[in-house]
Design a protein around this ligand. Structure first.
Ligand SMILES: Nc1ncnc2c1ncn2[C@@H]1O[C@H](COP(=O)(O)OP(=O)(O)OP(=O)(O)O)[C@@H](O)[C@H]1O
Length: 233
């Protein structure tokens, strides 16, 4: 599903003519297969967010290839990436990234509006999604009227509503207490087991990594030898 080969990326800092390049991703290769939960773990500053930004096309690699669904993404324009993300990716972030002026229902509905789905169909899909994530009583609540765990459920609903091929999650439980964290991890695991949803998660939390089929470790931009850190299931 995702094949990354020999990926290199450096940031360039300083003024033109006097720039220093900081290599952050170094010859990284790995694969994510359909139906897997893969966790990428690493300390703060090891390059996890940079890797996620490369995979989702917000930045371009200096060298190496990213193949997603057997398509080489090299040379995609911003517009092509935007469409590709809407068609294939769902995103979950540590800070939820919900729109505060929209209700839970409307936050989940938004990607469907972007995709041009008709109102009646949207209504049905969002209602079914609210049930699926255990929030059917909370559709009309605004984000600030929901707990952290409930807000993360809304963001999971928004990520899933377009039936993405893969969910990319950046520290999905990073803002939650351990009990709420477990509830969210159970939901992700259930979505994976019952519905075959593929997840790529980045985290420095080993509890999150425990729900993964495979854990890959990033150290200073390099992937642990063989990529497989340990088997957890
Ligand atoms: N825009 C930028 N310009 C220059 N250097 C950057 C930039 N963004 C990140 N870096 C550097 O790249 C390295 C990797 O950062 P990155 O955010 O990918 O790490 P991370 O593993 O996601 O960290 P964290 O767990 O703290 O979010 C760090 O040394 C960071 O300082």
């Amino acid at each position: 599903m995702i094949k990354v080969k020999q990926l290199d990326y450096s940031y360039h800092i300083g003024k033109k003519g006097n720039q220093t390049s900081i290599p952050v991703i170094k010859k990284v290769s790995f694969e994510v297969k359909k139906g897997e939960i893969v966790a990428i773990v690493g300390r703060s500053g090891s390059g996890k967010s940079t890797l996620l930004n490369l995979l989702s096309g917000y930045i371009s690699p200096d060298s190496g290839t990213i193949e997603i669904f057997e398509q080489n993404t090299d040379g995609y324009t911003e517009k092509e990436w935007a469409k590709f993300r809407l068609d294939h990716f769902g995103f979950i972030f540590q800070s939820y990234e919900l729109i505060p002026s929209l209700t839970a229902f409307e936050n989940i509905e938004l990607p469907l509006i972007l995709k041009g789905m008709k109102r009646g169909e949207r209504q049905q899909s969002v209602e079914a999604m609210l049930k699926r994530i255990g929030l059917d009583q909370h559709g009309f609540h605004y984000p600030n009227e929901l707990s952290g765990g409930q807000q993360q459920r809304v963001s999971i609903g928004r990520a899933l509503i377009t039936n993405p091929t893969i969910i990319l999650a950046d520290e999905p439980t990073g803002s939650l207490d351990s009990e709420t964290e477990q509830g969210i991890l159970d939901l992700l695991q259930e979505l994976n087991e019952k519905e075959g949803i593929t997840f790529l998660m980045i985290t420095h939390d080993m509890e999150v990594a425990k729900v993964a089929d495979r854990t890959l470790a990033l150290h200073d931009g390099e992937m642990e030898e063989r990529g497989v850190y340990y088997e957890t299931k």
